[in-house]
Design a protein around this ligand. Structure first.
Ligand code: ATP
Ligand code: MG
Length: 143
């Protein structure tokens, strides 16, 4: 059960709660693999048929910021075995996380209910909503 656990991490307070929950689960299931993914959005814009990429300098900054987010998580899990971090670069986080979970045969996705967004009226953010809605495997949503 839950041999491969995928944690979607954006560095938010709620994602940190999700990380703590994932670590507790990992300790209870010592043979399980925990992988933490962060999706860096490279700010490419599609306007009609045009695909506008951001400059190399902007992309470098986004990459560094994303690495810093993952570094925090990496330090937190340093003492655990079978726990890794992965940076995914590209587009919409939810779809990338769903595709990654499917391609790599994960059994469980853990997400925070909300993330870094500022509009907090709804229980779920757009990323957690889309993951719960479309995942083919169980999803644990941590508040
Ligand atoms: P919105 O982004 O819709 O304004 P929000 O930021 O409050 O709202 P979400 O982005 O849906 O909420 O974040 C919910 C959870 O989804 C986060 O706690 C995290 O687990 C995951 N998540 C969000 N963005 C990313 C990302 N770029 N990479 C990995 N996981 C993410
Ligand atoms: Mg968000």
């Amino acid at each position: 059960m839950f041999g491969k656990i995928l944690l979607a991490y954006d560095g938010s307070e709620t994602a940190k709660n999700a990380l703590e929950q994932a670590m507790e689960m990992k300790i209870l299931l010592p043979d399980s693999i925990l992988e933490i993914v962060h999706v860096a959005q490279l700010n490419n814009i599609v306007v009609g048929d045009a695909f506008i990429t951001s400059s190399a300098a902007v992309q470098d900054e986004l990459h560094d910021a994303a690495e810093a987010v993952l570094d925090e998580a990496r330090q937190r899990i340093a003492y655990l075995g079978l726990a890794t971090t992965t940076l995914l670069e590209g587009g919409a986080p939810a779809q990338m996380i769903l595709d990654y979970a499917e391609a790599n045969l994960f059994d469980l996705i853990i997400v925070g209910s909300r993330g870094l967004g500022t509009f907090k009226e709804l229980l779920l953010g757009s990323v957690s909503y889309e993951i719960v809605q479309h995942a083919q495997i169980p999803v644990l949503v941590v508040k």
